[in-house]
Write a protein that binds this ligand. Sequence first.
Ligand SMILES: Nc1nc2c(ncn2[C@@H]2O[C@H](COP(=O)(O)OP(=O)(O)OP(=O)(O)O)[C@@H](O)[C@H]2O)c(=O)[nH]1
Ligand SMILES: [Mg+2]
Length: 289
Amino acid sequence: MKSGFVNIFGRPNAGKSTLLNALMGEKLAIVSPKVQTTRHRIKGIVTEPGYQVIFSDTPGIIEPKYKLQEKMMYAVKQALEDTDVALLLVDIRENYEEINTVFESLHIKAPAIVVINKTDLANEQQKAEAFTFFTSRTYCKEAIGISALRGMGIKDLMQAIIKYLPEGEPFFEGDELTDLPTKFFVGEIIREKIFHLYEQEIPYHATVQVMEFKEKDTLTKIRAEIIVQRETQKGIILGEGGKMIKELGTLARMEIESFLSRKVFLELFVKVRMKWRDNEVFLKEFGYQ
Ligand SMILES: Nc1nc2c(ncn2[C@@H]2O[C@H](COP(=O)(O)OP(=O)(O)OP(=O)(O)O)[C@@H](O)[C@H]2O)c(=O)[nH]1
Ligand SMILES: [Mg+2]
């Protein structure tokens, strides 16, 4: 039996969350075209006869500028510590020298697979260049090209992962998909829709807290609060005559319904918490440890 922790690292927007979902065959992590979508370490467990892999999606690696970003980088640090196999994810269009400096600074001791993503956007020459560059790095056991979005190369990647996975007994029961509660994923789905619907600073100044999650006979009743930093941002979230929050509610509800396979009644409220991103008490309250 083989089992271990396989953690995904990379810059914001490289496609880490898309890759976690592709490896799981299920959407666990939220995805958006904007950078810094992921804020937590999200585990996804794959159990098959002969092996168990505990994957982790992590926030994109950045220089933290405020406390929330420090918490995000702490999640990366924790994932670095228990990695049995590291997946170093590269967007094929990235600057290779720059991302190489980031990977070197991680000082990874575990075997690392460089995963070159978004190959659907590149030609043969670009792919050859990426392979030549990364296979000659000392931290790179092997390089594999994929398209996480299209599900290309995922089987080959999985085979490589199992090859480097240590011997050991499973850490989780066979039917467990993740270690996080349903409430967390509901909050994340709402946050994803904020990333898709609102522009500029809004997604970065907002967080979501699920206040009530009640399973009734025919539906699940959910009450969530969207927290922003300023009164003006509350106005933007609501939109004229509440038009925007209504759209947000509809988009989020539809996805939560498919996630829970149940009808959902979703109520959204907006709250202002001045500078919550830099306030330890608020950060803790909103689930950023
Ligand atoms: N064309 C293409 N786009 C991709 C691929 N993988 C991911 N994307 C897109 O890249 C964007 C970022 O994807 P995410 O999975 O959110 O990236 P991330 O690395 O988790 O980003 P952060 O959480 O912000 O660090 C989204 O718009 C994805 O649809 C791919 O293989 N091909
Ligand atoms: Mg992500």
